[in-house]
Design a protein around this ligand. Structure first.
Ligand code: B12
Ligand code: SF4
Length: 483
């Protein structure tokens, strides 16, 4: 390649969530022949169903052009590691939850003489834990510093560490290209972010740590141009990856008004407060919004407040969800059971709320304490984590496998059956068909997600039941084992 430097950017498959569904229940114990066959078939279907969206982080990095550098993306969810190439640098995106495979991969590449740079959320929060596993660390949002890394690669002066001291100014236009992607691997490649940062401080989340509390906006005309350009390559659905696409209502109103002429279909994440803003709701619907994920978390203010989530009072939730659905937008309602303040009355309340509001796709998560979040530190200080706080690998980030902590005021022996009974009642094939029939739009997607969840929550029940059985068997030694 005539002296050109080649850089490989790698995205690692998560072992949890939809991406990791095919890996779930890997160590499952006894199963009937039929059960094993059914699970294998479902896992194969999930693999082929292509729910995956491409990593915007690596699309941004690979779009930065520096003379003398060629960049490629390898998405390990579909691609084999192209080790036959001569790579001058390999960059790995490290999310908490994929740390172990990321470090193993880094070691493998370094053994072959390839220099490794690690970046992403985990590196930003725990640089000290990453240092020994990389030749170069990039700490923080890399939109600007990646150009420095590539420049130094060309000039042979790579440093051990690059740090984004300030959050990048998003009003500067940075064109994102899809050249480095295999378009057909994905459900869609139309991933767009319009803002970064979150003004809130929910203690189970670290977006406000990673991206700051101040909302930074891209220019509306830049986003509109992106949509226009993207449509030429891929006519499929758009994902607005913002954590809260209605965070700045005036901005969202203008942006989505501008997008109406493009007649796209889009999905995103919003707060339920949207239901109280009829003008914005109407603009979302007119610009093609088909579904929104809303974080309901708990139906009790006390539980939400205990986790510093103040912005969606329980009393207004149901009305807001009804308003969003009446505007013709499906609601993916995400709950967390097991927050401090929750009681054993919560499962019934959640079930009734889902039936009453007609939520199209419910997600009933267990609280996952992610290392680096406020709740992780607090639970560790209170001695409620079920694993050593320093052992980050032990904290899996799925939406419902085994418990990772002791809920406040409810024993695990009571909590686990309360949760598994709830998911058994909510995620049935009958309910999946009903929700799909009643969905305002995107009925086949609603059906697909609900059916997927029937399977995935059944797998999670196996993990939880196994954990429950182990607890019951070793009741006498539990306090020691769990501390
Ligand atoms: C879309 C999304 C997904 C998508 C796509 C994932 C992806 N990484 O692209 C899917 C659905 C697959 C997903 C899955 C998961 N996600 Co997710 N996801 C998001 C979300 C909403 C947006 C991500 C995004 O595109 N951001 C925009 C880009 C530009 O920012 P970025 O990814 O942080 O990248 C910047 C820097 O981190 C850095 N960078 C990133 N990678 C690299 C690599 C190199 C080499 C370098 C130099 C720099 C660098 O530079 C980038 C540009 O500034 C974020 C929330 C958020 N605000 O970021 C959560 C978030 C990243 N997800 C999170 C989690 C926990 C997960 C899962 C573990 C969930 C699960 N149960 O399975 C999996 C892990 C997936 C994996 N394989 O690692 C957490 C991560 C927490 C943490 N500390 O790591 C976040 C922050 C949400 C949260 N509330 O806490 N996710
Ligand atoms: S959960 Fe949502 S609202 Fe809360 S801090 Fe995280 S991104 Fe912000």
């Amino acid at each position: 390649m005539n002296g050109e430097k080649s850089v490989l950017l790698i995205f690692i498959q998560a072992q949890s969530g939809v991406d990791g569904a095919s890996l779930l229940d890997a160590q499952s114990g006894e199963r009937s022949l039929f059960g094993a066959f059914r699970d294998a078939t479902m896992n194969e279907l999930i693999k082929r169903a292509q729910f995956a969206i491409p990593p915007l982080s690596l699309m941004i990095l690979s779009s930065i052009t520096v003379s003398g550098v060629h960049q490629e993306i390898c998405d390990l969810r579909f691609d084999a590691l192209p080790l036959e190439g001569r790579w001058d640098l390999a960059g790995i995106s490290v999310q908490t939850g994929a740390v172990k495979p990321a470090f193993e991969l880094a070691a493998r590449l370094r053994q072959q003489g390839i220099r490794v740079v690690l970046g992403g959320p985990y590196v930003t929060i725990f640089p000290e834990r990453c240092r020994a596993h990389a030749d170069v660390l990039v700490i923080g949002e890399a939109d600007d510093v990646w150009r420095d890394v590539l420049g130094d690669l060309v000039s042979g002066s790579l440093k051990r560490e690059y740090r984004a001291d300030t959050f990048p100014d998003l009003s500067v236009e940075r064109l994102v290209h899809k050249d480095a992607l295999r378009l057909k691997s994905y459900f869609t490649t139309n991933v767009v972010q319009t803002t970064r940062g979150c003004p809130y401080s929910c203690d189970f989340c670290n977006v406000h740590v990673l991206n700051g509390h101040r909302l930074r906006h891209r220019r509306i005309d830049d986003v509109v141009r992106d949509v226009e350009r993207y449509l030429k390559e891929d006519k499929r659905i758009f994902f607005f990856l913002d954590d809260t696409v209605n965070a700045d209502e005036a901005y969202a109103l203008e942006l989505f008004r501008e997008l109406i002429p493009f007649r796209i279909r889009w999905v995103g994440q919003a707060t339920t407060q949207l239901g109280e803003h009829p003008r914005l709701l109407e603009m979302f619907a007119r610009s093609g919004c088909g579904a929104l994920l809303v974080g309901i978390e708990s139906l009790s203010d006390g539980s939400n407040f205990a986790h510093r989530k103040y912005h969606n009072p329980a009393i207004r939730q149901a009305e807001c969800i009804r308003a969003i659905r009446s505007a013709g937008i499906c609601v993916y309602g995400s709950f967390i059971f097991g927050l401090d303040g929750d009681t054993l009355a919560m499962p019934e309340a959640i079930e009734a709320f889902i039936a009453d509001t007609g939520i199209d796709v419910p997600g009933i998560n267990l609280l996952r304490p992610i290392p680096g979040t406020g709740v992780f530190n607090r639970l560790a200080d209170e001695g409620r984590l079920l694993h050593d706080r320093l052992n980050h690998d032990a904290f899996r980030f799925s939406w419902g496998q085994e418990m990772l902590y002791r809920p406040m005021g409810i024993s695990l022996e009571e909590f686990i059956p309360a949760y598994t009974d709830l998911t058994r009642r909510v995620f049935t094939i009958g309910n999946a068909l009903k929700r799909a029939r009643q969905a305002p739009v995107l009925r086949s997607a609603v059906l697909m997600f609900n059916l997927l969840y029937v399977h995935m929550y059944a797998l999670s029940r196996k993990d939880l039941t196994r954990q429950h059985d182990e607890l019951s068997c070793s009741a006498a030694s539990v306090p020691d084992a769990l501390n």
